[in-house]
Design a protein around this ligand. Structure first.
Ligand code: COA
Length: 206
């Protein structure tokens, strides 16, 4: 049901093999080399999945974000493709996923790293912090990010309005409003070590 593709950002093909004209124009406006690499790598990962699932070539698919902020859209020949998809990047890797049989999808990849107290209290409620080791905190973070991406809300919500308890997502405030507009789907959360030293979470709803 879920298909994922990992891309090593140190080994990317030439830009014109991956991006169409409009994408190249946007890519050329990006200033930071890290951002450029991540943006390109995420698109390569997703386009590989789309070519395998639908056909065509990498450059046939156009993955751009209307208005520049938020979740991108995928188009082919000017027509939007509605397969649920998600992109993430972290520390030298980009990952994309598609879930053709599902309704909503969000993924997040994060390298295990030490976290400071201010970070914990900004993003998590005490009730979520049932452990405080870096492994747990990183996996919890990927779960929350994956759910936020499934909602499609990005930073328009307060991260404390999404609570992860026992591997289940609970919502309040604006996050709950968005969840209700999606029809309150059952969200399945799965976390794995996709790459050694990294946690990877998938939030999927049918
Ligand atoms: C954009 C956000 C959805 C994820 O950002 P992130 O974890 O820093 O970055 P990731 O590499 O995992 O994901 C970035 C990708 O998410 C996708 N994305 C961006 N906005 C999105 C949205 N509103 N909904 C779903 N996906 C989104 C894009 O494809 C983006 O990659 P691209 O710009 O190359 O196309 C958002 O949650 C964010 O900026 N978070 C920053 C940290 C934060 O405050 N988190 C709060 C936790 S609740």
């Amino acid at each position: 049901m879920l298909q994922t593709q990992v891309v090593d950002l140190n080994n990317l093909p030439p830009v014109n093999e991956v991006l169409g004209e409009k994408e190249q124009a946007f890519y050329n406006t990006l200033k930071l080399p890290k951002r450029k690499t991540e943006w390109l790598g995420g698109r390569l990962a997703l386009k590989k999945l789309l070519v395998a699932h639908i056909g065509g070539t990498l450059a046939d698919f156009e993955i751009l974000t209307p208005g520049g902020v938020g979740k991108p859209t995928v188009k082919r020949g000017g027509k939007e493709i509605t397969i649920p998809f998600s992109i993430t990047h972290s520390n030298g890797y980009a990952v994309a996923a598609i879930a053709p049989q599902a309704k909503y999808l969000g993924i997040d990849l994060e390298k295990v790293a030490p976290r400071i107290n201010a970070w914990k209290s900004t993003f998590f409620l005490t009730e979520e912090l049932t452990r405080e080791d870096n492994e747990f905190l990183t996996s919890l973070w990927t779960q929350k990010e994956a759910v936020v991406k499934l909602l499609g809300s990005g930073l328009t919500i307060n991260s404390l309005d999404v609570r992860i308890k026992g591997g289940q997502a609970q919502f309040s405030g604006r996050a709950l409003e968005i969840y209700n507009t999606l029809g309150r789907p059952q969200i399945i959360l799965q976390t794995t070590v996709l790459i050694p030293g990294f946690y990877f979470s998938v939030a999927l709803a049918s």
